[in-house]
Design a protein around this ligand. Structure first.
Ligand SMILES: [Zn+2]
Length: 449
């Protein structure tokens, strides 16, 4: 690109940011967020009377107020609490791509404190575009880290895969690949990487040995593997043994308790709830112990089981959901006590009229229903979320990390519901004050699937 064109592109980016109501970070500009209580995302006790010193898009220092440098930009945040930016580890922004709706939901996420999301399968063409627009500051949105899906051939009859691969035969798109023993796995993984994804999502209908080969090849190419808690027929224990990095949907781990496990995603019986006492079952407890030992991350998605319960209540003639919210919460509590690293993922959106993204609901479920300590819930939604996304430079308030920050007026270390008192979100050094938030209009998301 010629230099004049590059300058023009830079100018366009700045004006687009301004349109979003944000103040773009100067590349080397100094910003001092002074007089705050730091909750750093590691689970450590809150530190009052601090200053977070930001240079460009990164944190330069976290120091007592008296040691803060003079000058620079000094937003009015004195007296507030600050946590790392929140990370939702389970969203679907482009199952059936709708750019306008995705932007509306992402705007609510960002102004609600969410600075990054992990998208768990959709149309990678649309996700790449959302990711780029967000990074450029063209839209007010969290950073997007997304996956390329792999599943057995039977899965691609699912209409969602057709919606996410329009124009390409489902199962043959690089971001929606059907895998069999005959597939050239090094090539399949390389194709997945070429979509710009951060990981493979192992979705459904793959046997254990083939799952293990996919994980081994992905890791050989330095690529992460995110998976459903059960792959049908691959079991949770087989996935953990294969070295999957993150497992989603806590209830799917409950299938480990069943003697006869469902063989296919679309033909699954409910998890056998009577095999659990207070969420406990010897086989599942052994699984949690192994996950804790290996560092396998659990993306519990308790929020989605509340949605399933609500759907069932609204339509009692519908088939029973495969799991209830109460069992999901009991299993999450059990995993927490076993020392499993848990993240905060929603797998669903809050109602259009809600002023806050669903991640707040998930955090409150983890605290109020799964019994997690507030500081551990904050770590789940920040540091652990960054680990799940494979992003070492986010998720903590520490020198060298990205300046992804949420300022709130009430103390979230006592009750994570205080995260709803968000006053300011900072993403990569750019401020998004809550007062600039424009609620979602119904017509923005009409028809979104
Ligand atoms: Zn999902």
């Amino acid at each position: 690109m010629r230099r004049s064109a590059m300058i023009l592109a830079a100018a366009l980016t700045v004006s687009a940011s301004a349109a979003a109501g944000a103040r773009a970070a100067e590349p080397d500009g100094l910003t001092v967020y002074a007089g705050v209580t730091v909750i750093d995302g590691t689970g450590a006790a809150p530190r009052p009377g601090m200053a977070v010193v930001v240079r460009g898009e990164r944190i330069e220092a976290v120091v007592p107020l008296a040691q803060a440098p003079a000058g620079g930009r000094r937003p009015d945040v004195a007296g507030l609490y600050v946590t790392p930016g929140l990370i939702d580890t389970h969203v679907h922004l482009a199952t059936s791509p709708d750019r306008r709706a995705a932007e509306a939901y992402m705007r609510r996420m960002l102004y609600g404190g969410v600075t990054a999301v992990r998208d768990m399968a959709g149309d990678a063409r649309a996700l790449a575009d959302l990711s780029r627009a967000s990074r450029q500051g063209e839209i007010a949105a969290p950073d997007v880290y997304y996956s390329a899906l792999m599943a057995g051939p039977d899965f691609f009859k699912d209409p969602r895969t057709q919606a996410a691969a329009r124009g390409v035969e489902p199962g043959r798109a690089p971001w929606m690949q059907a895998i069999t023993d005959e597939v050239d796995l090094p090539l399949a993984v390389a194709l997945a990487r070429g979509t710009g994804a951060s990981a493979i999502k192992i979705y459904a209908d793959l046997p254990g040995p083939l799952t293990a080969r996919i994980v081994a090849e992905a890791h050989r190419q330095g690529f992460r593997v995110w998976a459903h808690g059960m792959v049908f027929p691959a079991t949770p224990a087989e996935e953990v043994a294969a070295g999957v990095d993150v497992l989603s949907h806590v209830c799917m781990l409950g299938y480990e308790a069943s003697d006869v496990k469902p063989a296919a995603y679309h033909r699954r019986a409910p998890v056998e709830a009577d095999r659990f006492k207070d969420g406990g079952n010897p086989k599942v407890d052994a699984l949690f112990a192994e996950m804790a030992r290996r560092g396998t991350i659990l993306d519990a998605t308790d929020h989605v089981y509340v949605e399933l319960d609500q759907a069932r209540a609204a339509d009692p003639k519908a088939p029973p959901p495969y799991c209830t919210a109460s069992l999901a919460e009991a299993l999450t509590a059990r995993a927490y006590k076993a020392g499993v690293r848990i993240t905060a993922g929603t797998d669903g959106f809050a109602p259009v009229e809600s002023a806050y993204p669903a991640l707040h609901d998930e955090m409150e479920l983890l605290q109020n229903k799964a019994g997690m300590a507030p500081l551990d819930v904050i770590a789940a939604a920040t540091r652990n979320g960054a680990a799940a996304a494979g992003q070492a430079d986010m998720g903590e308030i520490a020198p060298g990390k990205l300046a992804d920050l949420v300022f709130v007026s009430r103390d979230p270390s006592r009750d994570v519901a205080a995260m709803r008192s968000v006053m300011l979100t900072v993403k990569r050094g750019t401020d998004y004050p809550r007062k600039d938030y424009r609620p979602i209009a119904a017509d923005e998301v009409r028809g979104f699937q």
